[in-house]
Design a protein around this ligand. Sequence first.
Ligand SMILES: [Zn+2]
Ligand SMILES: [Zn+2]
Length: 287
Amino acid sequence: MSPTESKEQPRQPSKQLLDAIANLRKFDEDFYLNLTEEQQQIEYDKEDKIYGLGKKEGLPYEYIQDLLDIHHMVEIACQDCKQKQVSIRLQCNEPEDGVKEIMHEIPLCSECKEKRDHDEWKEENERLRNKETKNPIIGYCDKIRNEIPEADLTWQQYQERDAAMKEAVGLVSRKISDALDNQPEDPERVYKRTGKYPDGSKNKTQWLKHLKNMRRLEKQQKLEAKTDVALRSKTPIRILENTIMEIGCRCQVEDMRQGVFCDTCRLLVHVHKYMLDLFKEAAKTRR
Ligand SMILES: [Zn+2]
Ligand SMILES: [Zn+2]
């Protein structure tokens, strides 16, 4: 929140920390069988020290965990073509009995990986096309909204969108872990250290005034959010949804087997047809 805490600081582990990790046990098949309990304890102590160092350097706990857990690289033949060698990371920390290493990703060379992704994309497109055939309103809505149907995206467009989506998700999760790692420092301690409160105020009266303003702002934002939610519940699509839910249905399966529906459902058949026709007409006038 305060400008003094820059969130975009590049974090790099120091050489000291990387050396400490390199100095840690090297994984091999019989590692745990070959070490005495005391020797194992020494390794655990080394790990604790690494976490301590990481904390001092302002590195997130999960980051250190990653460095420690997944630092065993192996060369393995690609699962699909069985030809190319792929280097893959194995997790090899504190295994349980019989579980020594965990493979988190399928060993695939870049060509085979792309081929798999491409096949998956084709399958997904097939599924989307079938969905549209069953429910043509999806296609009408794409036209009305002037959007490219998802199934019509080219492989490249699809990849670009996928990458953008992954990036956005990564950004959010990084923001959350950053917020967890950087709990705000006690304002009095900030004042003692820098002569200023976190918002830049030079005295307590100013700082308290700032807090009061922040609280007022927060209250206002909460109120606005509440109004937004209330407004959203009044969109025509929500009203239609709620209306239909409240109609309910008295259809009986034994009647349905003879093609007979309840009185309200018989009316809804017309509503559905009317809606489809309406959307179809609207779609025709676009593009
Ligand atoms: Zn391959
Ligand atoms: Zn019914």
